[in-house]
Design a protein around this ligand. Structure first.
Ligand SMILES: Cc1cc2nc3c(=O)[nH]c(=O)nc-3n(C[C@H](O)[C@H](O)[C@H](O)COP(=O)(O)OP(=O)(O)OC[C@H]3O[C@@H](n4cnc5c(N)ncnc54)[C@H](O)[C@@H]3O)c2cc1C
Length: 480
């Protein structure tokens, strides 16, 4: 029998960052062994969620950081939501890609979806390709599906445009394929790194899921973040909001965190769950130069602009996401638009009866200098161009969010810079964040999975079994 005195005290875990990765770390610890850990999240912002947050403005309306899609292979995200008893309120799209083609002014439809047959049908009917190009496309996708991580990462120095040129892709084929780079990396193919593109395509074409690409049926905070925060609090975890950490201290007993007033808080374990580019400045100078941190100094945040346009009537045809090929010469200015009022139609908090159009401008360096009014005017003109329901109708209100701290765009060299590990080699210091793990480079699934991996490392210290880390369900011939 164990005597009470032999029960070790709980490990004190301090988590810097209350985004999805930090919340996932805390929730996975508290799901498995609430008595083994005291968990405290220190979040700089006044609300949790980081890049995945939503909040109310001073008029009580909900604002989100921007359009978020859940993909069918987000198994760790879905499992976490189910485990805390709050399954995700997902609203499925039809899986297709709708591309606002700046050159033609039309919306091109690319068939895609959970059925492999439908996705193959999409390959066969990609608009604007000759039969020879379709055959070349099928062979190229086949080659990508057989690339393992090492083969995909061998292309880290290339842009998507360079990779496609080296593969002999015709201009029409390159234009179509480059859409994946624009959609998932938010960068033009001349800027986007080839490896993330390859890993994303491999997962998109090479895995199966039970649902198609989905939106959340409620704002991100209500659907995802607040349920996690409530669970963490209910299990005794603490969430300190408005608590920016000034640095991580090297101490003989383990790392500590330095608050802006110079006070140092001691924990047994510190989890850095901040974006990769934000980590180096928090580290003692000597650590910045050494693995696994050294490459992080080469990462740069990528500004994103999100516009929310409120209308007094429905102006978009449905709840699908409409993307563009980021051809800024022909417009449109946006990378993606979607009607949140459609997604949130069953959410009790929805007050508006008209459209709430979210307009996402990724990697917005080139337009971030424009005044709010100019950005809104450009977006409205673009919407008029592609959507008949918008013509002659003006939004009754608009907000402009200029987001920093994001880096959706992975540029060449990214994969050789980021540590793909939860353990740092420094006793007591762990890394969580979408850059540390996952099937490709970024996203909610990677953030949740990274937190699970940190939690598993800490659970092992207490002899507790690990949470299963779920991978996309790859088709048998896919090497991943
Ligand atoms: C507009 C937009 C659209 C997106 N669309 C999608 C999508 O469709 N699908 C998808 O899967 N993903 C999407 N993403 C990406 C997804 O939101 C992120 O991958 C995920 O939320 C990252 O979580 P994280 O915890 O790793 O990082 P973050 O969310 O960046 O969390 C880091 C947290 O650390 C805090 N922090 C930073 N410095 C400090 C400090 N010194 N002290 C204390 N706290 C600190 C920050 O405030 C933040 O809350 C999108 C992101 C954006 C911005």
């Amino acid at each position: 029998m164990t005597s009470p005195s032999s029960v070790p005290p709980p490990l004190r875990v301090g988590i810097i960052g209350g985004g999805l990765a930090g919340l996932s770390t805390a929730a996975h610890l508290l799901l498995a062994a609430p008595d083994d850990f005291t968990v405290e999240i220190l979040e700089a912002a006044p609300f949790p969620g980081g890049q995945c947050a939503s909040w109310r403005d001073d008029r009580g309306r909900t604002l989100e950081t921007g359009i978020h899609l859940a993909f069918p292979w987000y198994h760790n995200l879905a499992a976490l939501a189910a485990a805390i008893g709050r399954p995700l309120p997902l609203r499925e799209t039809d899986g297709n890609y709708y591309v606002c083609n700046g050159a033609t002014g039309r919306v091109d439809t690319l068939l895609a979806g959970k059925s492999v047959l439908k996705t193959l049908g999409g390959l066969a009917t990609f608009p604007g390709l000759t039969p020879g190009e379709r055959w070349q496309l099928a062979r190229l996708i086949g080659r990508i599906l057989r690339m393992d991580d090492a083969a995909a990462e061998a292309h880290d120095g290339q842009t998507v445009a360079e990779f496609l040129a080296a593969q002999g892709a015709t201009p029409a084929l390159a234009r179509q394929l480059a859409l994946a780079a624009v959609t998932i990396q938010g960068l033009r193919p001349e800027e986007a790194g080839a490896t993330s593109f390859l890993k994303f395509l491999r997962t998109m074409y090479g895995s199966t899921g039970r649902f198609d690409t989905a939106f959340f049926g409620a704002p991100l905070g209500d659907a995802l973040i607040e349920p996690l925060a409530a669970f963490i609090r209910a299990r005794g975890g603490r969430l300190q909001l408005g608590s920016a950490i000034a640095g991580i201290e090297a101490e003989p007993e383990g790392p500590g965190v330095r608050l802006p007033d110079g006070t140092v808080r001691r924990f047994d374990h510190v989890v850095a769950a901040v974006p990769g580019h934000a980590l180096p400045t928090l580290l003692p100078p000597a650590w910045r130069e050494q693995p696994p941190f050294a490459g992080l100094r080469g990462l740069h945040e990528t500004p994103i602009v999100t516009l929310t346009l409120w209308y007094d009537r429905r102006v978009l045809p449905d709840g699908n996401v409409y993307i563009s090929n980021r051809d800024r010469r022909h417009g449109p200015v946006f990378d993606a638009v979607a009607d949140k009022a459609d997604h949130w139609r069953d959410w009790p908090g929805l007050a508006a009866s008209g459209s709430i159009v979210q307009v996402l401008i990724d990697a917005a360096d080139d337009v971030a200098g424009l005044a709010d009014e100019a950005l809104v005017a450009r977006a409205v003109a673009d919407l008029d161009r592609f959507f008949p329901g918008c013509r002659g109708v003006r939004p009754i209100d608009a907000t402009v969010l200029r987001l920093t701290g994001t880096y959706c765009g992975t540029r060449p060299g990214y994969w050789s810079r980021v540590p793909r590990t939860a353990a740092t080699g420094i006793p007591g210091l762990w890394l969580a964040g979408d850059y540390t793990t996952g099937p490709y480079h970024y996203g909610m699934e990677s953030a949740v999975r990274s937190g699970k991996e940190v939690a598993n490392g800490l659970l092992a210290l207490r002899g507790r079994p690990a949470h299963p880390v779920l991978r996309p369900r790859y088709l048998p011939f896919v090497r991943a």
